[in-house]
Design a protein around this ligand. Structure first.
Ligand code: HEM
Length: 219
């Protein structure tokens, strides 16, 4: 049961990290795809891609610790057990991918014996031995994980939009950057109109002559 100490929103740091990382991850997916598709901008894009990816790795660690330390708002009553299971599973998958993608990127460059340049002269050390076949495997894994991230993100977005726009249970308020004290915990109120008298009105059947002498229903 919701009590006054039950939060209706995620903690402020969680909400800030959520939107910041959503923007960074989407940017990374598009930068990654543009990078491999464009010859002209490859070096400029890869120079952004590497440090941004490592930044995501650091933020993912902060986000995980923050999540373990803060109280989460309960799921709204409009979510079925199956939806709750799907939401929890996809969230876990997103966390795994937020760690796996940058680590695989870093490992892949290490295995390919490439310098892992961050800013100017600042390089990261290799985390794996230089083995060409390992590079080939990790390069493929980086692409597959990126597609998986994109698909999980789409599923997550669709579920949130479905709840917010169709079911209208204010699910999105849980993650809003501004305070919405009653957020999604507020039960959805629906106005139930009494059955219209339509069903009780005797309708003339096809071909039946309307008898004006019958008393008409009131209203
Ligand atoms: C969340 C973090 C990351 C995301 C979402 C991401 C996403 C991507 C995507 C979508 C591609 C294009 C894949 C393809 O179409 O084949 C790519 C390529 C690449 N990524 Fe990442 N990446 C991330 C982190 C990193 C990190 C941390 C590094 C290195 C430190 C890295 C290094 C690379 C390199 C070098 C390529 C291009 C390889 C080539 O030229 O063939 N990535 N990444």
């Amino acid at each position: 049961m919701a009590t006054t100490s039950t939060p209706t929103q995620f903690a402020l740091l969680s909400r800030i990290l959520h939107w910041l990382m959503a923007a960074m991850l989407l940017a990374m997916l598009f930068i990654g795809v543009s990078m491999v598709a464009s010859l002209g901008n490859y070096h400029r894009l890869v120079a952004i891609h590497r440090p941004l990816g490592i930044m995501i790795l650091i933020l993912a660690a902060i986000r995980l610790i923050n999540r373990k330390l803060t109280k989460l708002p309960p799921f709204p009553p409009t979510m079925s057990p199956q939806e709750r299971f799907a939401a929890t599973t996809s969230e876990k998958l997103l966390y795994v991918l937020m760690f796996a993608l940058p680590l695989v990127g870093w490992g892949m460059l290490s295995a390919g014996h490439y310098p892992i340049v961050m800013f100017g002269p600042f390089h990261l050390p290799p985390i794996l031995p230089a083995i060409p076949t390992l590079y080939a495997v990790l390069r493929k894994a980086h692409t597959i994980l990126a597609y998986l991230l994109f698909l999980t993100f789409l599923a997550h977005l669709s579920a949130v939009l479905f709840h917010t726009l169709i079911i209208r249970d204010r699910l999105l308020n849980r993650m809003a950057l501004w305070p919405t004290p009653k957020a999604a915990a507020r039960p959805v109120t629906m106005t139930v109109r009494p059955a219209t008298d339509d069903s009780e009105v005797e309708k003339p059947q096809a071909g039946e002559k309307i008898d004006d002498s019958k008393p008409k229903p009131e209203g």
